[in-house]
Write a protein that binds this ligand. Structure first.
Ligand SMILES: Cc1cc2nc3c(=O)[nH]c(=O)nc-3n(C[C@H](O)[C@H](O)[C@H](O)COP(=O)(O)OP(=O)(O)OC[C@H]3O[C@@H](n4cnc5c(N)ncnc54)[C@H](O)[C@@H]3O)c2cc1C
Length: 389
């Protein structure tokens, strides 16, 4: 089989790239290791930057997002019983949109299927060959049958545990990593959100986040130990702990109910450089990870896709390699800023095992500064709604 762009990974990065390329008549094939049902069942991101929304519009996939997405003009931040709001609209003129990653992925799958896009599920043993030549190809197997996909370019959209990053030789690849000494225990429940905007809470018992997917679907997180397992936490224990970590007036109005999903995510900051090797381009979680504080993971994946899509368009439409040649540099410049913001916000909001009394005072001083200082709020708002592409 032959295509112009082989895309490894049928998560949001791979699907968005494939659909965008399709709008310009550029052919691609997506290779996904899991089933469609499995990919759609992964509960992950929920906060979309305007840049992401614009890309979905460009891909022709934004109708449901516009109809069902919830616009947020700001967010709440609490420490102890103190609560303040950072107004995105006032500081940047831009809101964010609440729309689950599962819904984004569903819309993209539907669009790809409608336009006859080729997606192979359950692929195994994916190997990228000749990425440093002009004739790369991908070998893989489906149901034990060996297959080969010849292409002009390979987009590595296969997440943190994929094969694409590992294809770049170790003497070329440089990796930067910070692993945080805690995780997030998250639950999804069919209950109305405690507040119409997100609440990020710094409490003496650890971080908490009150988030949502829609008016009757709430997503809550609490900071937990890395040794905890989801089954260690009954729903009752989770709700009790969450109530202790958010301001008393919010806890009093929290509606609880059975969890329909419960999972623990470790927190990590990670970047690999470069994001291009020959004709292989890394996108999204294949190249970088952020801790979810600040909701930058999916959004940073989208900015990679923006740069790569434009580069590939330039290549096919005007035979220019400028866009693909500058892909890694441009993508990384924005990635590192998203990494900084996510690291800063995580450091501000969590309890660390080795935190001294001095460190705790610094957190409170910074939160009080953020609460009272317009410039600090503006900086946070600009980063939260997403820096320009
Ligand atoms: C609990 C949690 C909460 C999050 N919250 C947010 C948030 O609020 N906002 C935000 O912006 N981000 C958030 N994120 C991050 C966001 O979910 C990711 O950044 C996003 O999924 C990245 O998309 P991707 O397509 O690059 O990678 P993935 O979603 O990981 O998709 C990669 C795909 O590649 C497939 N694959 C892997 N290996 C292979 C292989 N060898 N061959 C073929 N296919 C392969 C995988 O099965 C997968 O489908 C969160 C993440 C977690 C875990």
């Amino acid at each position: 089989m032959r295509t112009q762009v082989a895309i490894i990974g049928g998560g949001p990065s791979g699907l968005l790239l494939s659909q965008l390329l399709h709008t310009r008549g550029i052919d691609s094939v997506v290779l996904e290791r899991k089933t469609k049902g499995y990919v759609l069942g992964r509960i992950r991101a929920g906060v979309l930057e305007q840049g992401f929304v614009t890309l979905m519009e460009e891909a022709g996939c934004a109708d449901r997002l516009h109809a069902e997405g919830i616009t947020h003009d700001g967010t709440l931040v609490s420490y102890g019983d103190e609560l303040f709001r950072v107004d995105f609209k006032e500081h940047t003129g831009t809101p964010v949109v609440i729309y689950g990653q599962t819904e984004v992925t569903r819309d993209l799958y539907e669009a790809r299927e409608k336009s006859g896009g080729k997606i192979e599920f359950n692929v195994e043993n994916v190997v990228i060959h000749g990425a440093d030549t002009e004739t790369p190809y991908v070998s893989y197997a489906v149901d034990g049958e060996a297959r080969r996909l010849d292409c002009d370019f390979v987009a590595g959209c296969d997440g943190f545990h994929g094969v694409s990053r590992q294809t770049i030789p170790l003497d070329v690849r440089r990796e930067y990593e910070k692993v945080y000494p805690f995780g997030w225990l998250g639950i999804l429940s069919e209950t109305p959100p405690v507040n119409h905007e997100l609440i990020y809470a710094n409490s003496p018992r650890g971080f908490a986040l009150c988030s949502m997917r829609n008016e009757n679907l709430s997503r809550y997180y609490i900071q937990c130990s890395l040794s905890d397992k989801p089954e260690d936490w009954t729903d009752e224990a989770f709700w009790q702990e969450l109530k202790r970590r958010i301001p008393a007036d919010q806890a009093a109005k929290l509606v609880t109910g059975p969890s329909i999903e419960k999972s623990i995510a470790p927190l990590r900051s990670f970047v690999t450089e470069p994001m291009r090797w020959g004709r292989l381009f890394l996108c999204g979680d294949a190249a970088h990870i952020v801790p979810p504080t600040g909701a930058k993971g999916l959004n940073t994946a989208a900015s990679d896709i923006h740069y790569l899509y434009r580069g590939l368009r330039e290549f096919y439409e005007s035979a220019s390699t400028d866009g693909i040649d500058s892909y890694s540099e441009k993508a990384l410049a924005r990635v590192w800023k998203a990494e900084r913001f996510s690291w800063w916000f995580s450091s501000l909001m969590h309890r660390y095992p080795d935190q001294s009394e001095f460190d705790l005072k610094m957190q409170v001083a910074e939160l009080e500064f953020l609460r009272s200082n317009k410039a600090a709020q503006q900086a946070m708002a600009e980063n939260y709604v997403g820096l320009p592409y």
